[in-house]
Each structure stands twice: as structure tokens, then as C-alpha cells.
Write a protein that binds this ligand. Structure first.
Ligand code: GLY
Length: 401
């Protein structure tokens, strides 16, 4: 009992809600015309997802629609949590029970992934079960999420101060910026269990990444390869981007979202500053187009004659709406206006699929892995997830006039 209350105190200190005062800094106001667009988008999204639903095999999760074909992946794929997560957001927005039922059936397919030997278990389980538990908290969801967090924590190496991403050669330890997104599962687990260990490793991972992944201009490398014994950096790379020294668009968005979320979860102002520095890099970038939908890499060869990445834009919009709430009036205005531009662009005919098009996915024009020639200029399940999340965040802003 005593152990329990000390643990709860330690978790409360680690995940200190110093943020509440920051959150109050700027009252955000949603633009009524954009809220109307969002309401229409959400209704259209339900119709689209009902078109997508019958094309997903029972034991799989959808990823994309390319050349007239639907592609679904087994539950162990990193993308597996986005589809149930999107359905749950849409259920929250519209109360359409068919979407909730579909989400529930996919949660069952996903459950065994609580033991998945994958750094992406946060994406897989927190976007799915995390949303299910947020909407209708239930003990079995909590157990599954805590088991998932325990599974992820096994990938933590104290010599490096990170959870491991990809498989590595002996003596090496590879970490990608995307892993910042898995930390929310860990901070949640500390709050839910009273065990500070999960939050401790999340904070250590965020600190190590802040030190080693970022360039002086606050752009991020994709991958840092560490010596697994000494924690020294062996090499920095950008595997999914144009070049090692380029700024791969989705990676920048993962970093922005990750540090904004870690500020929310810990109240640590160094994470808030990091998120603002990343936002400043992105919003000031000469290659960020007027419509604020990034090219697949900020340094892609051939700009402006190359692909955009709607997924990077959707993740950025969702993060900027949250960051705007933690910032002073000037920054807040800049972040919110950029997120509004992104949402309007994604709602326009270039990016938003017409009913019945795009295999039922919401957004067109995302890029998965261009150097590998993999899923280029297609719909992607995670673009839809963060688009819907961003719309829900915007719609739920406290003030609407
Ligand atoms: N985590 C993989 C990606 O962003 O493509």
C-alpha cells in the first residue's frame, strides 16, 4: 500500500501537470466556416469508410489502395492500429454504430500484438486500444495496453537511453525519429499503473533523441545508429528521405508531434521549446508550399515537380493545433493559422477523395517510402487517421466565434 502511494507520487512528479498553466496561455478560437467544412468532411468520411470496409479481409488491417487494388496487412504490421483508431474517432464524431462495431472486430484481431516484438507497438496499440479505452474505459483494454507497454519497455537499452527501432548488427542499436510517437503508450502506462518506470524510459528516450537526432537548424535525421554498449553515435542517416542530410517530411512531423505530446505528458518546458523550434524550422522553410502540404522531403530533388505527402501534412496539422494551445499569442496564431491552411487544403478537391473514389480512403497523395519505390502518391491509412484526429482537435477547440 505504502509502495503504491509512493509510486503514485513519483509518477505524479514525473508527469507533472505543470502544463495546465501553459495550456491556459492562449484561448484558441475555431473559425466557424472551417468547423462547417470539418462537419461535412466527417460525414463524408463515414460514407467513405463504409465503402472501404467490405474490402478488408477479416484478419487484416488496411493500408492503401493502389492501381485499383486494396492492400491490407497482417496485424503485426506497424499500420495496424490506424484503421480501428480512425473508426473510433469517426464514431465519436457521428455516433454511427456500424463504425464502432467494425472497430471492435478489428481490436480482437489486434489483441495478440500486445506481445509484438516491435518498436511500433505504440502506433499499433495506442491508436487502437488507447482510443477505445479513452472513449469507453474498460479493464480488459487497460490490461492489454499495460502489457503492450511492458512489451515495448523490453526494447529499452540504458546504455543508449532509447528503445530500439529496427533490428541491428551485433554491437549496434538503431533508433528512428518515428519512435517518439510510441512514447505516449509509456507515459499512459505509468499513469494507469502507478509504476514510474515506463515514464522514466519515455523521458530518457525523448532526452537522448533531442540530443542526437536533431541538426542545429532543428531538422531531424531519420535514423541514428548507436553503439549499444557505450551509447556513442556511430552514424546518422535518412533512410526514407532524399539523402542522409535531407529533411524527410514525415520524420519532421513525427518529431513535432512527439515533442508536443511529451510536453503535454510531462510539463517539461525543454520539450515545448523543442516542439517550437521544430515548428519554426518547418513553417519558415522556403520549400513549404503556400497550401502548407509538404513535399515528401523538404529537400527533395525536383521541387516543385515532385510528390507531396498528405500524411506529413495531417500529422503536422494535428500537432500544431495542440502546440498552439501551449504557446503565446504570436506563436499560437502562426501555428493555428498554418493548421487551418492545411485542413482547408486537405478538404479541397486536390487532396480529399470524392465519394466512392480512392478505394474509400479519405485523402489522396501520400508517400510511404519513395527511395524504395514503395506506395508513392497513394492514400495511406495513417494519413486518414491524423487528418481525422486533426479535424476532431480543431472542432473541439473551446471557443468557436
Ligand atoms: N514509421 C514509418 C513511416 O513513417 O513511414
Amino acid at each position: 500500500m505504502r509502495y503504491c502511494s509512493v509510486s503514485v507520487l513519483i509518477v505524479a512528479l514525473l508527469l507533472s501537470p505543470g502544463i495546465s498553466s501553459a495550456q491556459q496561455q492562449t484561448k484558441l478560437k475555431a473559425k466557424p466556416d472551417l468547423v462547417k467544412i470539418i462537419d461535412r468532411n466527417l460525414k463524408d468520411a463515414v460514407k467513405q469508410y463504409k465503402i472501404l470496409m467490405p474490402h478488408i479481409p477479416e484478419d487484416s488491417l488496411p493500408e492503401t489502395f493502389e492501381k485499383g487494388q486494396w492492400t491490407s496487412n497482417p496485424p503485426k504490421s506497424w499500420i495496424s492500429g490506424f484503421y480501428p483508431g480512425t473508426l473510433l474517432y469517426l464514431y465519436e464524431a457521428t455516433k454511427d454504430k456500424a463504425l464502432y462495431d467494425e472497430a471492435m472486430s478489428k481490436l480482437k484481431v489486434l489483441e495478440e500484438q500486445k506481445f509484438a516484438n516491435s518498436h511500433d507497438i505504440g502506433f499499433m496499440m495506442f491508436c487502437s486500444y488507447g482510443n477505445a479505452n479513452r472513449i469507453k474505459p474498460q479493464a480488459p483494454y487497460k490490461d492489454i495496453l499495460l502489457t503492450s507497454a511492458a512489451t515495448l519497455s523490453k526494447r529499452f537499452n540504458p546504455n543508449v537511453g532509447c528503445t530500439m527501432s529496427w533490428g541491428s548488427k551485433p554491437g549496434e542499436f538503431r533508433v528512428i525519429i518515428d519512435n517518439m510517437m510510441n512514447l505516449e503508450l509509456l507515459t499512459w502506462a505509468s499513469k494507469a499503473s502507478g509504476d514510474p518506470y515506463f515514464a522514466n524510459i519515455a523521458i530518457t528516450h525523448a532526452n537522448t533523441t533531442m540530443k542526437n537526432h536533431f541538426r542545429p537548424d532543428y531538422s531531424t535525421y531519420h535514423l541514428v545508429n548507436y553503439n549499444s554498449e557505450t551509447g556513442e553515435v556511430i552514424r546518422r542517416q535518412t533512410v526514407q528521405g532524399a539523402a542522409d542530410e535531407s529533411a524527410w517530411a514525415r520524420g519532421q512531423s513525427w518529431g513535432l508531434y512527439g515533442y508536443t505530446m511529451m510536453y503535454r505528458e510531462t510539463g517539461k518546458t525543454e520539450y515545448l521549446q523543442q516542439a517550437k523550434n521544430i515548428a519554426n524550422f518547418l513553417l519558415s522553410h522556403p520549400n513549404l508550399p503556400e497550401d502548407k502540404i509538404p513535399y515528401w522531403d523538404y529537400n527533395a530533388p525536383g521541387i516543385p515537380n515532385t510528390y507531396r505527402d498528405a500524411s506529413a501534412a495531417a500529422i503536422m496539422a494535428s500537432a500544431l493545433i495542440e502546440l498552439a494551445g501551449y504557446s503565446d499569442a504570436t506563436d499560437s496564431k502562426r501555428y493555428l493559422e498554418t493548421s487551418e491552411t492545411i485542413l482547408r487544403s486537405l478538404s479541397g478537391e486536390i487532396y480529399k477523395a470524392k465519394k466512392g473514389e480512392n478505394g474509400g480512403y479519405l485523402l489522396k497523395h501520400s508517400v510511404s517510402h519513395l527511395p524504395r519505390g514503395n506506395k508513392i502518391d497513394v492514400p495511406l491509412t495513417y494519413a486518414d487517421y491524423y487528418f481525422v484526429e486533426a479535424m476532431m482537435r480543431y472542432k473541439n477547440l473551446p471557443s468557436k466565434n
